[in-house]
Design a protein around this ligand. Sequence first.
Ligand code: CIR
Length: 294
Amino acid sequence: MQCLSISIFRQQLYRSRRSLHSIALSREIPASFASAISTHSKDKDGPISIPRARKQHSLYLEKLRERIPAICLPALEDYPDSVFVEDSVVAVGKRALITRQGHPTRRGEVDSIQTVLLQLGMEVFDMRKLSKNGLCDGGDCMYTGRHLFVGLSDRTNEEGCEVLRQTFEIIDEEIVIVPQVMQGGGVLHLKSAVSHIDNETILAPEGSVGDKVLEAMQAERRGYQVIRLPDTLACNAVSISNSALLVQDNNCKVSRNRLEQIAATKNMDIEFIDCSELAKKDGALTCCSVLLNL
Ligand code: CIR
């Protein structure tokens, strides 16, 4: 009996260590950001204000830096979308896979990320060398500490998933490929719809997009508690070391209250951050950083 509880304790300790983030990567917003890819119409959302976008981004960084050190790389003017660093890499522990991004205009973003990861002493693999046609955006990959969920999307294909499988097969956790169920749902990446708070809790939107993604992930069967929110943007939260939650600020009181409640239950700090300028370019909160567990 004692052996069993010690082994459960060890497992929990090991899992909680794996959730501890030691450093974050991010990148400044380039002056070319107004040309970033977007599904939003300018008329509906208004033109991009670079000063406002930069202010929002620096507040985001400030909140991250209250919890962990964050490296902020210089802007890449030739790559308007390069602030969305999440898409350049998938990292689990000390192992990282540099992606071949799904959108051709974004593929040069990865080189400087690769350099930093090597400098940090990570074991770095490169999808561009491992597969001719593999594509993947990091926004489609969600590592909860128990599973690596990979969403097939317009940016991530089967060949890309195969490279992820080969790269991360050494980790203990299951790699779950989530079929493309979000088409037409106004959702770019898997993590535009779902994100995790810790290794047992997932946020997902109410309604049919959320239903389809959760079913495809078999989230409940895999033991996740799912918190459904009316506001899809609020479902993309950055969870730092199981102790703080950064959430997109929004006018949806129900989402806000539910998130505050869950954060209180889990004894986590919660911060609401306005990233409305980044959202005009389909960016959410997780896209602007890569949290590493070195
Ligand atoms: C794009 O379309 O690639 C960018 N405008 C937005 C990328 C957002 N990244 C993410 O959700 N991981």
